[in-house]
Unconditional design. Structure first.
Length: 350
């Protein structure tokens, strides 16, 4: 999918010719003012090559024997996977540190574990679950208010009858991490980019397995804000928080997905559910007054920042089309002008 780019422009009032002459003269006398430039930005829609990753390159089969969920010899193992999760975290952080990045901390959002268990039960690999939910929707339903990006991978051992040992599971987890890092060309290196994204601060890891499959879910998080208020009432959004880094709000993007519907194992094995995901249809943006962009936009009714503290209120009713899932994505800017994602929150409207 081609990257969608949106620019944000600072509005300037009309000025007369004489004022232009004076301003130009002042610019000559004070070179420092040359450092002020028109504010621009790139809005990147999630795609298989950048924000999200396809499942193709992480499909690793150890047997071609046909099997079904009825042939499992043990139940999904989920109660005692903490040591495996810590091992998977170690693999991620080894790759990040080896590439000059800060390690990520283990998050506490359970969407990743829920998704891993869902996939293991039906012997399938997908970013969607059997409820028709995408990663950012699950993340919201499990209480997430920050930004999430998902990697999902699996080892299939169809036809196997004996249970897996811990050492086998660890070897498969290491294999999947290696495949995502070093054999990911078919996915545009999306898995690798996700693992090595410098804006990530945390990762939620889900691991589920039985005799015929090992599923690994990595839900990377950008926790950049300490939230004081995160209130959604119909289409009105009220946010208040404090940045944990030297950042400022940049813009909000509003996306739309139809209401999720249940999906079968067969559904999940076919297009589009066996590939990458996106935030859906981009409806528009929410901006601070005095700016504009090249997609439909509205202005926030309140947009205040004092130091690292901010408060923003807006109503996206103008963008509402029909019942479905409206996902609000917050972009923030650092002092070097770099743009990061800070929140992806799904609102389910009937």
């Amino acid at each position: 999918m081609q990257e969608h780019k949106t620019k944000l422009y600072k509005l300037t009032p009309l000025i007369i010719f004489g004022f232009i002459f004076i301003a130009a003269y002042f610019l000559y006398l004070n070179p420092q003012i040359q450092s002020f430039r028109q504010k621009t930005a790139v809005v990147t829609e999630t795609s298989s090559s950048i924000i999200v990753v396809s499942t193709t390159s992480t499909f690793y089969t150890t047997s071609t024997t046909t099997g079904t969920s009825e042939t499992l010899t043990s139940d999904i193992q989920s109660a005692n996977v903490l040591h495996l999760i810590n091992y998977a975290l170690e693999l991620i952080n080894n790759d990040r540190v080896n590439n000059g990045l800060e390690p990520v901390e283990l998050g506490n959002n359970m969407a990743a574990q829920s998704h891993a268990e869902n996939l293991a039960k039906i012997l399938c690999l997908s970013h969607w679950d059997t409820n028709g939910m995408k990663p950012y929707m699950r993340y919201t339903l499990f209480g997430g208010k920050n930004f999430v990006q998902e990697n999902v991978a699996a080892v299939f051992m169809l036809g196997r009858t004996n249970p897996l040992s811990d050492e086998e599971i660890k070897s498969f987890l290491a294999k999947l991490e290696h495949e995502m890092m070093y054999n990911d060309a078919s996915s545009g290196w999306g898995h690798r980019k996700n693992i090595l994204d410098p804006s990530h601060t945390h990762v939620n890891i889900g691991i589920a397995y039985n005799s015929q499959i090992v599923v690994l879910v990595q839900d990377f998080e950008n926790i950049l804000i300490e939230w004081e208020e995160f209130n959604i009432k119909n289409t009105t959004v009220s946010l208040k928080g404090r940045f944990l880094q030297n950042l400022k709000p940049y813009m909000f993007l509003v996306y739309f997905d139809p209401s999720p519907t249940p999906l079968s194992r067969e559904d999940l094995q076919h297009t589009p559910y066996n590939g990458s995901y996106s935030f859906g249809k981009l409806l528009g943006a929410v901006l601070d007054k005095g700016y504009q962009t090249d997609v439909p936009y509205i202005y926030a009714t309140k947009w205040v920042q004092r130091g690292l503290d901010f408060e923003i209120v807006f109503d996206f009713k103008k963008f509402m089309q029909t019942s479905g899932v409206y996902t609000i994505v917050l972009e923030v800017e650092d002092w070097k002008g770099r743009i990061y994602y800070a929140s992806s929150y799904s609102i389910f409207l009937n």
